[in-house]
Design a protein around this ligand. Structure first.
Ligand SMILES: Nc1nc2c(ncn2[C@@H]2O[C@H](COP(=O)(O)OP(=O)(O)OP(=O)(O)O)[C@@H](O)[C@H]2O)c(=O)[nH]1
Ligand SMILES: [Mg+2]
Length: 226
């Protein structure tokens, strides 16, 4: 997190983590597509080979919220392939929140687990407290055959403490919900640690409503102006 009180600017780093091919890059592409042009920057995809991220992707978003506070949100993806662990650890540095993108296919259950353990390990190695890190989980690829059932995922959501979202990132479904859910958790964490609301003179309910509205999907904005 970076703070600039003079400019009334807050910069937050959110990282999309998960096993190879679970849809992290696709999430960023869908967000880029859905968020209105005034809130989104350029999607940078750094080096790919056959659909697979070799380094990382970055999508910067900017939202004006609560009494002229400029919130910059930098979305990063990590490369999921096992061999790229050094890059994953690097991208994870300074993360304020994490969206774990799991693959709903039953065949990927072990890959999800391994990636989750890898996340915890890399957090620890980066000196970040895994227990305090804002984290949401997305089960992506709900459209595929042979996926884990809705009730199984609902049960996991009930048992775990992380918010769980279902998504079909390829069609843009569930991606904004995941992003907004993660933003809210992250804001609350930062608020607890740094009393941001008080320092910037903004009220949480209003701020979160503003962010929801601003990130809330181009289509809605279009309908409103039609
Ligand atoms: N059917 C379906 N395919 C998806 C979905 N989301 C992503 N895909 C496809 O899955 C493949 C991998 O998606 P990526 O977004 O590149 O995966 P990634 O997590 O960035 O992969 P790495 O960069 O290797 O870690 C692509 O062919 C996507 O089109 C989805 O919801 N449904
Ligand atoms: Mg990728």
């Amino acid at each position: 997190m970076q703070l600039d009180f003079k400019q009334r600017e807050l910069t937050i780093k959110l990282v999309y983590y998960g096993p190879a091919l679970s849809g992290k890059t696709t999430n960023l592409q869908a967000i880029h597509e859905l968020v209105s042009p005034e809130s989104r920057g350029r999607l940078m995809t750094l080096e790919t080979k056959d659909d697979r991220t070799l380094f990382f992707d970055l999508l910067p978003l900017t939202v004006m919220a609560g009494k002229g506070l400029q919130i910059r949100v930098k979305l990063f993806t990590v490369p999921g392939q096992v061999i790229h662990n050094a890059t994953r650890r690097l991208v994870l540095q300074g993360a304020d929140g994490i969206a774990f993108i799991a693959d709903s296919q039953k065949s990927e259950t072990n890959a999800n687990k391994a990636a989750f353990l890898n996340l915890r390990q890399n957090l620890t190695e980066n000196g970040l407290d895994a227990a305090k890190m804002p984290l949401v989980i997305q089960f992506n690829k709900r459209d595929m055959p042979e996926v884990r059932s809705d009730s199984e995922i609902d049960e996991m959501a009930r048992k775990g403490r992380e918010p769980v979202f279902k998504a079909i990132a390829l069609r843009g479904q569930g991606v904004i919900e995941t992003l907004v859910g993660l933003f809210e958790l992250t804001w609350r964490r930062l608020e607890k640690d740094h009393q941001l609301g008080q320092k910037f003179g903004v009220e949480e309910t209003q701020l979160l409503a503003d962010v929801r509205a601003k990130l809330g999907v181009k289509r809605v904005a279009r309908e409103a102006t039609r």
